[in-house]
Design a protein around this ligand. Sequence first.
Ligand code: NAD
Length: 361
Amino acid sequence: MRKKMDKLKQILILPGDGIGPEVCDEARKVLIHVNEVYNLGIIHKEAAVGGIAYDTFGKPLPDETLEAARDSDAILLGAVGGPAWDNLDYQLRPERALLGLRAELDLFANLRPAILSKHLSDSSSLRAEKVQDLDLLIVRELTGGIYFGEPRGRSEDDQSAFNTMVYNRNEIERIGRVAFEAAQKRNKTLCSVDKANVLEVSVLWRDVITNISKDYPEVELSHMLVDNAAMQLVRDPKQFDVMVTGNLFGDILSDIAAMLTGSIGMLPSASLNSNNQGMYEPVHGSAPDIAGQGLANPIAAILSLAMMLKYSFNENKASASIEHAVETVLSEGYRTNDLEGNDDKKLSTSQMGSKIIERLN
Ligand code: NAD
């Protein structure tokens, strides 16, 4: 990615497929607005990714897009994929673009907040009192572990298959530090999740995380086995503030946490490298079932922009103002189609974006 040689911050928007372009349109509207109001000095441009890029350039992550990504300070991605591309070879599938961007930009730290707006506590799969004011952050290692470990493959006789779970000290240490830093800025508690009763990798994980904790004396560290963590997340999620874990466990736990908040259309995420440069995207996919109908909830994309302003640009005021505007709109009862509420306050994708901008003023 681009070195910060000048003051202008460059954002690359990758709308992608399905509802990706619809939700990115709204995030862009909000970006243009806050850029002006807070004088952020941000410029943005767009490139193709996913299925649409395959259709135009023959691959889901075209060279020009990768070049533009490297050249930007932060990326906002909509979503990729859809039935039109489901039968392509693995290497050509739209989802490969995400893995390619993560690997090329070394986006090893995935931050997934699970925040339940107090105005939406009835949307959760748990009883309202269990999740009221839920605000937790899962920090997942994204570029290592069993998804990338070698060797992987099939035995010669095709009777077995194997993957390798491997982490080195350096990989654990860098994700650990991201988590401790985040915990330090929040409630100063960190739960590290592993499977140290069975896996050697987890024993090392636990050692390294415990070691780093000496540098963060204010943060209270605990360790939990992943099976217990999954259970505790649905039993009493508010016991957690920041959780840190490896790639595989984080994949599963962050989806459990997402469901606690009711709607997938509300959840942002960030994937950062060691310079805090990163890719920001809604947790949801391209939702082909509702694409092109103005039914998509743009809040996850808009909150992804808010995360970008906070984590990549340190523009905390502008970021908080977006989060506040979203809360205000929800408190007034406005909803998109995926959220329960009164019919007379149902808004389309672009109406929701515009309403949030109105409340930013
Ligand atoms: P999905 O998240 O696209 O949709 C799941 C359900 O949630 C659907 O009913 C959809 O209508 C609804 N939904 C999702 N986002 C919404 C929003 N913003 N507002 C309102 N409703 C919303 O997951 P899926 O159906 O499993 O996957 C569809 C496609 O997306 C697949 O091709 C998949 O590979 C891809 N995908 C991409 C990403 C990504 O780009 N990061 C992530 C997950 C899935």
